[in-house]
Ligand binder design. Structure first.
Ligand code: PMV
Length: 318
């Protein structure tokens, strides 16, 4: 089937609670960060397939190392569509900074699969979308839990347990937040290995922190549905402590979490793989979120965005 011009989109995500614990079967909660996104565009073209991304423009078979996952994903998706990697030009653009725990690689993978399916005018159910996108994610993450991919494909917050289809969560009262990139690259693969290593040398305390993160996820689900914003904030702060206890903290994210607390945040935590990356803080309302954003930028954050759950999304790039 001949492809027609098409595009696919996906957005960034924030892990509200449960990163790392999710790898061991505990629940996690993710939310969309609509301010940042990825777009993949497909254009018919004559000759071998071309891939254009922030890493340059090349034939798909000579794509540079950082996009190895996308190359494999493209070939697998085209195979699923009964096509071959030729007569197409695929371009990827993303406003999500890579490697800061906001799901850049997952959003790119989801956008790419959506674009290729649309270009071939084929319907795409979400399970297939996530299963295909996982081929790209394995290169970025090793064995990902799937959390990022489901999050990048959903416009609503999700309750996620590994190996099961996620469920949508109700947020009964608007939750204003600020997300800040510390500027120190997050190292998800290294962080996941570090937790595994900790479990080997100090099984009992490490496991009990992971279990505790599962309990915190349940507490947050309840607080979101009852609209207890202060309780969401205290779950953030407690989750931050637990993540540091399992070894994935970093002075840069701790510094930002402490600055947010000093500026009146109801709670703050590292989000994503950790060992750097980003923090997310709960504000009293959107005006306070803007104030927190200024405070975090003044404290050295490389970029920060305000966002709101359970209401109209708004915010801006730094
Ligand atoms: O660093 P991120 O945003 O891709 O988040 C990774 C989440 C982990 O729980 C640490 C790993 C996983 O596969 O779920």
């Amino acid at each position: 089937m001949k492809a027609e011009p098409a595009e696919g989109r996906a957005h960034a995500k924030i892990i509200l609670v449960g990163e790392h614990a999710v790898v061991y079967g505990f629940p996690a909660i993710v939310a969309p960060l609509g301010n940042l996104g990825a777009v993949a565009r497909v254009q018919p073209h004559t000759g071998p397939m071309v891939l254009a991304s922030r890493y340059g423009i090349s034939g798909l078979d000579r794509a540079p190392q950082p996009v190895t996952g996308l190359r494999h994903l493209t070939v697998a998706t085209l195979r699923a569509l009964g096509g071959a990697p030729s007569n197409l030009r695929l371009s990827i653009e993303a406003t999500i900074p890579p490697g800061v725990g906001l799901g850049s690689s997952a959003a790119v993978a989801i956008a790419l699969v959506r674009a290729l399916y649309r270009a071939h005018r084929r319907p795409l159910e979400v399970e297939r979308l996530v299963r295909l996108a996982e081929i790209g994610e394995r290169f970025a993450h090793g064995v990902p839990s799937g959390l990022d991919l489901w999050a990048a494909s959903s416009a609503t917050p999700l309750w996620f347990v590994r190996g099961r289809p996620p469920t949508r969560l109700t947020v009964s009262r608007p939750l204003a937040m600020v997300v800040a990139n510390s500027g120190v690259p997050s190292q998800t693969r290294v962080a996941v290995d570090r937790v595994r290593q900790r479990l080997r040398v100090a099984r009992r305390p490490t496991w009990s922190e992971l279990e505790h993160l599962g309990t915190l996820a349940r507490a947050m689900r309840e607080a979101l549905s009852t609209g207890e914003v202060e309780r969401v904030g205290s779950v953030f702060t407690e989750a931050h402590r637990a993540l540091e206890a399992v070894g994935v903290g970093h002075p840069a994210t701790s510094h930002l979490a402490a600055c947010a607390a000093r500026a009146g945040a109801l709670g703050a935590k590292t989000t994503g793989g950790g060992l750097g990356g980003s923090v997310v803080a709960v504000a009293r309302d959107m005006a306070h979120a803007c104030h927190l954003r200024e405070a975090l930028l003044a404290a050295g954050a490389a970029a920060a965005w305000t966002t709101r759950l359970g209401g109209v999304q708004d915010g801006e790039d730094a």
